[in-house]
Design a protein around this ligand. Structure first.
Ligand code: FES
Length: 173
């Protein structure tokens, strides 16, 4: 009888230890995956802030005078962003109260585009992306039109409704 007991005990112990190590291993794997899952979900869970930024008085912009570079604080700068928390847009006055504003960031990989008045095109210096003056893609790798911001006039100030810097997540090469 005592011999039978001594043969069963090690098996039970082994089974218990196997279950225990599997359970602890599972817990460790779950704990390790939390930061990875959080990092993957962060772009979707993070609130997309939209903020109205004043970029100058209405009379600072000539009517139909082409696009002018305006600078402002990014809509959702990280506390450690420093000067990278600054952003910019291309702004054109279309009438007394109407304006058009495009994000300065190329829709390919985010490089700042440049307005070339002589050709009436936006040029991206990084990979040769070109946009027409209505923001649509003329040529190059950008997968979509330039990002257009809503514009309003309040108390004689031109305001742009900005968002965090637009970044394309799926890229055509
Ligand atoms: S970032 Fe503008 S073309 Fe690539």
């Amino acid at each position: 009888m005592s011999e039978l007991k001594s043969q069963v005990r090690p098996e039970k112990r082994r089974a218990f230890l196997t279950k225990l190590s599997l359970g602890l291993g599972g817990l460790a794997a779950a704990a390790a995956s939390v930061p990875v899952i959080a990092a993957l979900l962060n772009p979707w869970l993070r609130e997309k802030k939209r903020v109205w930024r004043s970029v100058g008085r209405v009379d600072e912009f000539e009517r139909e005078g082409g696009f002018k570079l305006v600078k402002y604080k990014d809509a959702a700068p990280d506390p450690w962003a420093g000067s990278t928390g600054n952003s910019a847009a291309w702004l054109r006055r279309d009438s007394d109260t109407e304006f058009t504003a495009f994000s300065i960031n190329c829709t390919h990989l985010g490089c700042p585009v440049r307005w070339v008045p002589s050709s009436e095109l936006f040029m991206c210096p990084c990979h040769g992306g070109v946009f027409y003056k209505d923001g649509s893609v003329a040529t190059g790798p950008p997968p979509k039109s330039m990002v257009k911001y809503p514009v309003r006039v309040r108390n004689g100030q031109v305001e742009i409704e900005t968002t965090a810097i637009p970044v394309t997540t799926s890229v055509r090469v």
